[in-house]
Write a protein of this length. Structure first.
Length: 420
């Protein structure tokens, strides 16, 4: 058994590459089933967010090329199109990678907590699809526990920073008093929920939530005293918005250059601040060419969040120490699986010898033999049977001069140095 983790993220690939290999939520189940149908893949989890697309696999034997070929074929891309941006980790390195990701150490905003919820969703999807086995199940449960330990034992999450927080911080730099401006939020997922929370904390009062399903938009709007609309209503409400922040799972842009240009004319060219947190992008890149529009993508937020990253470096070092010890802990468990079959066979053989010896003792008792004699004979016979095979192999090792094997045998049998 072997573990493989591979993918691309905001550090290795620009947004236009990331959006080409993103998995839309409705396609993840299909992709998982397709992946585990390929030998030697036995288990899989797909994590696809605005900042990363990663695949975690359990395999019967190392076969990175097989998985990479699947990835290329599934996205209809040549390997050359994405291989320069790809990273791959195996076994212990794969464990270390997911622990770092879940703890927020590999995020755009160091220590942001949102990624852990996204990993849990990815695990739940894979589990409900039936493509999680014992190896990945143990890995992800271990990951959740370690991420919690990092948050508890370090100050990695002391400040409420995230991509959502960075977007709102940028809006406050352009519009000093958010209470005087209308904000249009496109989407109703966790990221937009966080954006809305930070906006309200920053005194924003006029919020409009647009979503594909009006029910979900209404649910989020009620939490923040906002107005809910459908995506189809955006063009007529666009003129009201000074700030637009979007994060949906739409495979195609929701806002085009024409709609924004029309809104700008009605607004008499009052400035429009836009942040596109989605991958694939919700707002056509050409919108940035319009005068009076300030359009930012997730990749543009690096400078905004750099100050927050610096304040968390000490906590990150503590987190790395925790992760290093927990990687070894998990790999120890993984290595112990190699002994499972041998231990099971040894136990079955021992139980067989026990049953044979017990049957012999019962026959002696039925024949009228003295119980004390039968008990002593049972103990002597069982002991001889249990130590026979190890004794023969130890004598042979001594004859061959295999001292290291003898030392290992003594350790396995629980013997101390004085006993030999």
């Amino acid at each position: 058994m072997t573990l493989l983790a591979f993918g691309i993220n905001h550090k290795t690939a620009p947004v236009d590459i990331r959006e080409k290999v993103a998995f839309s939520p409705e396609k993840v189940t299909e992709a998982l089933r397709d992946l585990v149908s390929r030998q030697p893949v036995t288990e899989a989890v797909i994590l696809s967010t605005c900042n990363r697309t990663e695949v975690y696999c359990g395999l019967d034997y190392p076969a990175n090329d097989t998985v990479m070929e699947w990835f290329s074929h599934y996205h209809h891309l040549s390997p050359e199109a994405f291989s320069p941006y790809l990273y791959a980790h195996q076994d212990g390195a794969a464990v270390q990678h997911i622990l770092r990701v879940a703890s927020g150490l590999d995020s755009l905003v160091l220590g942001e907590p949102q990624i852990l919820g996204q990993i849990k969703e990815a695990y739940t999807t894979a589990y409900s699809t039936g493509v999680i086995g014992s190896q990945l199940n143990r890995l992800f449960q271990h990951t959740f526990a370690v991420a919690k330990q990092v948050r508890t034992d370090t100050a990695i999450g002391a400040s409420p920073v995230s991509v959502a927080f960075a977007a709102v911080s940028l809006a406050k730099q352009i519009f000093t008093d958010l209470s005087e401006h209308t904000v249009l939020l496109i989407g109703a997922g966790e990221t937009i929920d966080l954006v809305a929370r930070h906006l309200v904390e920053s005194k924003a009062k006029k919020l409009i939530v647009a979503n594909r399903t009006i029910e979900r938009a209404s649910e989020l709007a009620r939490k923040f005293n906002a107005t809910a609309i459908a995506l189809g209503d955006i063009p007529e409400r666009l003129v009201e918005a000074d700030i637009i922040i979007s994060s949906t799972a739409s495979p195609l842009p929701i806002l085009g250059k024409g709609a924004v240009e029309s809104a700008l004319k009605q607004r008499k060219h009052r400035p429009l601040f836009m942040v596109d947190l989605a991958v694939p992008r919700d707002i056509e890149p050409e919108v940035a060419q319009l005068r009076d529009v300030y359009l930012y993508s997730v990749d543009d937020l690096h400078e905004v969040i750099e100050a927050n990253r610096k304040s968390r470096q000490a906590a990150a070092l503590q987190a790395e120490e925790i992760i290093a010890s927990q990687v070894e802990h998990f790999m120890g468990w993984l290595r112990s699986l190699d002994a499972v079959d041998a231990i099971r066979a040894y136990r079955e053989r021992s139980e067989q010898l026990r049953d044979e010896t017990l049957a012999q003792a019962q026959r002696l008792l039925a024949a009228g033999k003295d119980p004390q004699f039968v008990i002593a004979d049972l103990a002597r016979t069982l002991t001889n049977k249990l130590i026979h095979a190890p004794s023969v192999h130890m004598k042979h090792a001594a004859y061959q001069g295999e001292q290291e094997l003898l030392q290992h045998a003594a350790q396995i049998l629980g013997l101390d140095d004085k006993s030999h």
